[in-house]
Design a protein around this ligand. Structure first.
Ligand code: PMP
Ligand code: GLU
Length: 405
């Protein structure tokens, strides 16, 4: 019998439909080049450059020494769930019971659990673009269809009620909202969220996934509001997803959480119980310390991002051909580079532009195509002011090559 070993390596269609996370891939490439000795400035991945605050690390050490090294309840420790409930009361004025909370291995995992629990083949999920890179592919992993609603700079990259209404069909199951937004850095106002909420109220089968992960990285349109604050009637139709990665510089600890209707949370917990079980016990104790401890570190980091933002956006606005809108929060800016494309130099789109910057200026950024918005780039300013100044100097120097025709 002839053996074809390729046959045994046939992959599932669901894997063939998706690509790896581009933000993580570009960052890995930047790290690789750095390891080869290149002085690459990595402005690609969205990850705080700060170390996790010491009191949070101390708690993890205490937890380890106390022997918290076993499985915990699938949905998280009692202590962390209680801390999450108190966080929602303190920061968001929202009241949840323990059976409405699920702790997972990062907000990314919370989304994966939500989509797995809710979506059937052919179901549609409305995703406003520019979007965080993982939403469409995670929807596809669950055999459902991402429905992309394009927005542009003239509307501050925010989905209007009319565009939302036009995208809804009888197959729509979920609408995703992410404010402040990765990648644009812009946030919806209470009035804008209320107007979107009014559209959704007319469609009882639709659930909202509110991605609040950048809640604390906000300096405009404060205090932070999500769609439930703007439209309380949607409380039972919303799953709020958040986590400790961005607010407490804890990306590697992998703790995120979801809050929503008990039935949906129970289904998400069932999925989690058959995949990862509980998130890491030590990380849960550390996350509890983060949420319960002194919150000064959160505002200190936010103020640093704001100062870097102010410097960077002002500098980018001086670069001929680049259009850059100030962010309301996050640690991203999302300029248009359409005016810098130069076919005579072989740069016809944002992907080639990103490649050009990496090769010519040793700067890693993410092309807008990854976020569903070609001819833009995402620049992360979760890096030191020194790095940003050096990056701006390199950009000014290198981009001159594109503007001289
Ligand atoms: N949502 C958005 C918009 C993000 O930018 C990120 C960052 N990776 C996440 C969710 C997931 O974060 P984490 O899994 O680290 O909690
Ligand atoms: N959210 C971050 C980013 O957009 C982390 C990378 C990822 O999870 O894809 O860069």
């Amino acid at each position: 019998m002839t053996m074809n070993k390729d046959l045994a390596q046939t992959l599932a269609q669901r894997v063939e439909r998706i690509k790896p996370s581009p933000t993580l891939a570009i960052s890995a490439r930047a790290t690789e080049l750095q390891a080869q000795g290149k002085k690459v400035i990595n402005l690609s991945v969205g990850e705080p450059d700060f170390d996790t605050p010491q009191p949070i690390k101390d708690e993890a050490i205490r937890s380890l020494q106390a022997g918290h090294t076993k499985y915990t309840a699938v949905d998280g420790t009692k202590g962390l769930k209680q801390a999450v409930i108190q966080k929602f009361e303190r920061d968001n004025g929202l009241h949840y019971q323990p059976n409405q909370i699920l702790i997972s291995c990062g907000a990314k995992h919370s989304f994966y659990n939500l989509f797995s629990a809710l979506l059937n083949a052919g179901d549609e999920v409305i995703i406003p673009a520019p979007y965080w890179v993982s939403y469409p592919d995670m929807v596809k992993l669950c055999d459902a269809e991402p429905v992309i609603v394009k927005t542009d700079r003239s509307e501050s990259f925010k989905m209007s009620p009319a565009k939302l209404a036009a995208a809804i069909t009888n197959k729509t199951r979920i609408v995703i909202l992410n404010s402040p937004s990765n990648p644009t850095g812009l946030a919806y106002t209470r009035e804008e969220l209320k107007a979107l909420g009014d559209v959704i109220l007319e469609h009882p089968a639709i659930l909202i996934a509110s991605d609040d992960i950048y809640e604390h990285n906000l300096w405009k349109h404060i205090p932070f509001v999500n769609i439930i604050n703007a439209c309380p009637a949607l409380f039972d139709r919303c799953v709020v997803i958040n986590g400790v990665s961005k607010a407490y510089a804890m990306t590697g600890w992998r703790i995120g959480y979801a809050a929503g209707p008990a039935k949906i949370i129970a289904a998400m917990k069932k999925v989690q119980s058959q995949s990862t079980s509980n998130p890491a016990s030590l990380s849960q104790d550390a996350a509890q310390a983060a949420l319960e401890g002194d919150q000064t570190c959160v505002s200190e980091m936010r103020d640093a991002y704001k100062a870097r933002h102010d410097y960077l956006v002002a500098a980018l606005q001086q670069i001929p051909g680049m259009i850059c809108t100030p962010s309301d929060g996050t640690f991203y800016t999302f300029p248009s580079i359409e005016g810098l494309l130069n076919p005579s130099k072989g740069i016809t789109n944002d992907v080639e532009f990103a490649e050009f910057l990496l090769n010519e200026a040793d700067i890693a950024i993410v092309p807008g195509t990854a976020f569903g918005a070609p001819n833009h780039i995402r620049i992360t300013y979760a890096t030191s002011m020194d790095n940003l100044k050096e990056a701006v100097a390199r950009l000014q120097h290198t981009l001159e090559k594109l503007t001289t025709r």
